[in-house]
Design a binder for this molecule. Sequence first.
Ligand code: FAD
Ligand code: NAP
Ligand code: SF4
Length: 679
Amino acid sequence: MTQSTRYPKLFTPLDLGFTTLKNRVLMGSMHTGLEETENGFERLAAYYAERARGGVGMIITGGIPPNFEAMGGGAKLSTPEEAAEHRIVTEAVHAADPGVKFVMQILHSGPMARTPLCVGPSTVKSRVSPFTPNALDEDGIEKQLSDFANCAAMAKLAGYDGVEIIGSAGYLLSTFLVERTNQRDDQWGGSWENRKRFPLEVVRRVRAAVGDDFIVIFRIAAMDMLQDGLAWEEVVDLAKGVEAAGATIISTHFCWHEAQVPTIATMVPRAAFTSVTGRLRKEVSVPVITSNRINMPDVAEAVLARGDGDLISMARPMLADPYLVQKALEGREDEINTCIACNQACLDHTFSGQVSSCLVNPRACNETLLDEAVTPQPQRVAVVGAGPAGLAYAVEAAKRGHKVALYDAAGEIGGQFNLAKRIPGKEEFTETLRYFRRMIELHSIDLHLDTRVDASLLKRGVYDRIVVATGIEPRKPDLEGVDHPKAVSYIDVIMGRKDVGQRVAIMGAGGIGFDVAELITHVGTSAAMDVDVFAKEWGIDFTNHPRGGVTGVTPEVATSGREVTLMQRKTDPVGRGLGKTTGWTHKLTLQRRGVRMINGVEYLRIDDEGLHARVNGEPRLFEVDTVIICAGQLPKRDLYDQLVSEGMQAELIGGAFEATELDAKRAINQAVRLAVQVG
Ligand code: FAD
Ligand code: NAP
Ligand code: SF4
């Protein structure tokens, strides 16, 4: 099958009148944090140029503030000198592929800017910002408008093909639109006509500053996910106004940062929100972009075929695999390194002030640091353990031309990912395993499954380099009754090898404790696999589209009916160590299912009565049928110790190197960085 029959819609060019997009896929805007690092523009140039070579039709940069108060630091664009720095990036992208359209996002964070000088329509503080905004007066509003126009003009000077104006998410423009943040009674507030005035004026000023032959995208909050967000009629009216004011394209966005609905995390079904874009598309004549959890070409094609958008925005999927579009074009979809929507190395990094990257692709944003050179001196490498660390090392080394043998005691590759993929909401992990399986084939890695390796197998002299990626062993706490029949390991529970009773204590509230709680309280279809189930679980009404898209009623959540207590010894709030941008969703889901969370627990013993403990010093008996032990992990180093005792050299990676606070992000990152050093 040729690509044109496989993805006829995806690869149809889009004529914008003055210019043409070569296909329907764009890389959505993501802040990388590179602008603020040493050699940041050179690193950005390499990062975007690689995505341009990867076949995408349009790239939108991370948000660039038009002035200081818009962000509070960061690489603003308001002067020709600053525009000259951006030229490093625009030239690299256009040199990589002159057919790619490169668009800069203008981001005015408004009340969310990281500065006490931040501004807004009124002095209403954002729940997710430490600062109360300064209410703009008439002069202040005029300054912001002309700074937007100036920034767009500077973007044109810098060599961009267009700008995107973000009018959603709780940033400045969206705070003018809704009454919760716009409490003015002048021409910029009060009635809907007045509240929409500022965003529309921004579009008009930007269009006037850049002329006709320049792409202007407006990002609209098609669903704010807030009860007092925009009504559907307001969304439509705004879209029409934006079109009339000169926008070339409208991009649909879903959520404010303050919203309590997950919109991009891994428990969100693929393409969950596109029907809303489809409805808006019927109301305007400019092309409309849809987005959110569209991570594979077949999903994108189906969305276009349904008429749910003219263009597909894929942001994180382009971090995970810059060549996604090219691979789809050439029928190599099974080689796509799929974004699993974990947020662990991208958004979690952004929100903690680190440079973004990607859990499944640590080269993302590190293109200048992790080269892809092929070695002139291939080595014979044995990798023991085909979990994420061993897989990543083996594939990176093989790509570079080394001769790699990969061993695992299990009958399938993946290590602990074979446990993770069984957790409802983590179905995407199977894609990573599919990718690695294909890479093993493609790079002729000599795979030995069902092979428990000992030192005798790795005979001296056969390999130039031995890499031990044998992972972890679950920690068994030193506790009376830990071998009691009520006590079971998380592995047995996840693999369905042990029955779990009605009343359950989970000992350990780390990532695995939370996942086990999810598994044993879950019932029915996974929300990640069904938009209706997802909508019901999070109170979204796609059909009637109430204000903000949400019902406002606390959703009734289905549960297995088990009484579950999730506990930890630390006195910190339970769940503090979970992902910055996703932890709250896991916690809220379990709380809605009635899972109790207790900290400050001292475990005493397990016996026929249940789990005996002291909670904040007070004795307490948890009368449970099952105690699931999720008490962390220890490095599995038996093979390594054996090799060392026999005088053989080996490298440790992943959990075998360090089990404390290990996750797949660290395992894969360490593996790739070491494999690059092999030469
Ligand atoms: P492992 O995955 O443990 O792999 C080690 C491999 O070595 C195994 O396949 C084993 O069979 C093999 N092996 C051991 N000894 C030998 C031997 N002598 N010979 C041959 N083979 C051997 N991380 C995240 O980042 N995000 C998540 O959302 C996430 N969710 C998780 C959910 C669950 C339920 C679990 C259990 C883990 C989760 N993790 C998550 C953690 C992540 O899976 C681990 O950090 C990662 O798998 C560690 O990789 P590794 O390669 O070091 O070890
Ligand atoms: P973890 O996050 O380190 O949690 C271990 C838990 O066990 C903690 O609650 C700890 O809390 C408790 N504990 C430690 N020693 C104990 C002992 N001797 N007796 C009783 N309890 C003890 O590890 P994990 O849950 O096993 O997860 C392993 C790794 O996989 C994690 O690092 C995590 O990042 C990763 N993972 C990530 C996700 C994700 O969604 N991102 C999901 C699953 C797993 P106290 O010491 O306070 O009791
Ligand atoms: Fe996707 Fe996770 Fe990579 Fe972010 S870190 S791009 S969510 S796979």
